[in-house]
Design a protein around this ligand. Structure first.
Ligand code: F6R
Length: 265
């Protein structure tokens, strides 16, 4: 796993944008369908803003991409402003000029969410592999909405959020924890591992413990983020605050300072 420790969240946003573009553009050039995996939440927002800046100012085009979300709340009506499909359209894909028809997410409003989860897994497998998957991490180590205790081999399914995650996410619902759905459909950890390149971004002191557990702790379902240790191509981008509990922080800075230009992300 490459740990990229950077001074500011803005630096993280630029590197995540570089990593996404570095995986997606060569795949688009080879032609054929290119699947881009997107996370929602606060962590990737600066990276998404950087992609939009490059689209606006430098002609970056991601046309040809099929975007697949990691997860979705169960029970929010389609079009709800906090449903992840709406969030990603608002924050990224509309302004990138991507047709909503190429932006896919689990159907959290389905009458049968269990079947909707199975359908989404099948849709993703048929479209994939995911060329690059953007990830955040929860303060409790969750990835996607795979909360602690999730099977490291799990596939897309319905999960119940922890109260900590509902409290963390209440800020998107006007601070009202009761408004945060209890259930979600999330790609499983095994599903996420199927992506060719995982790019996880975390910023702020609140993520420091989860980042250290994911990178340096044991491989354990108690920290779902630790499953990244099994993947051959992970770029983990953190600011100094989120990386502040990493025992090998000095080594990560040293590696970055001496990175070969040919190594890329
Ligand atoms: C979002 C997702 C979650 C978030 C995580 C961190 O699609 O899958 O795992 O990445 O909850 O959220 P933020 O970035 O808001 O701190």
């Amino acid at each position: 796993m490459e740990v990229v420790l950077l001074p500011t969240p803005e630096d993280c946003g630029r590197v995540v944008a570089d990593a996404v573009v570095g995986s997606v553009l060569p795949a688009l050039a080879r032609s054929g369908p290119v699947v881009l995996g997107l996370a929602t939440g606060s962590s990737p927002l600066l990276a998404y803003q950087e992609l939009l800046r490059r689209h606006r100012d430098e002609g970056l085009s991601l046309t040809g991409v099929q975007a697949f979300l990691l997860d979705e709340y169960v029970g929010l009506p389609a079009g709800h402003p906090e449903s992840y499909r709406e969030v990603i359209r608002r924050e990224l894909t509309d302004a990138l000029g991507l047709d909503p028809a190429v932006v896919h997410g689990p159907d959290g409003a389905a009458a049968d969410p269990l079947q909707a989860a199975r359908d989404y897994e099948a849709q993703l497998l048929a479209a994939g592999p995911v060329v690059v998957q953007v990830l955040g991490i929860g303060s409790n180590g969750h990835v996607g909405f795979n909360e602690p205790g999730s099977s490291l081999a799990s596939r897309t399914r319905v999960k119940t959020l922890t109260e900590q995650t509902r409290t963390d996410n209440a800020r998107f619902f006007g601070g009202d924890v009761d408004a945060v759905p209890r259930h979600v459909i999330t790609q499983g950890l095994g599903t996420i591992l199927g992506a060719q390149h995982l790019v996880l971004v975390a910023t702020g002191e609140g993520k420091a413990e989860a980042v250290a557990a994911a990178v340096e702790g044991p491989l354990t379902a108690s920290c779902p983020g630790s499953v990244l240790q099994l993947h051959p191509h992970v770029t983990l981008v953190v600011d100094e605050a989120a990386g502040s509990r990493l025992v090998r922080a000095d080594h990560h800075r040293y590696v970055l300072a001496h990175k070969l230009a040919s190594q890329g992300w």
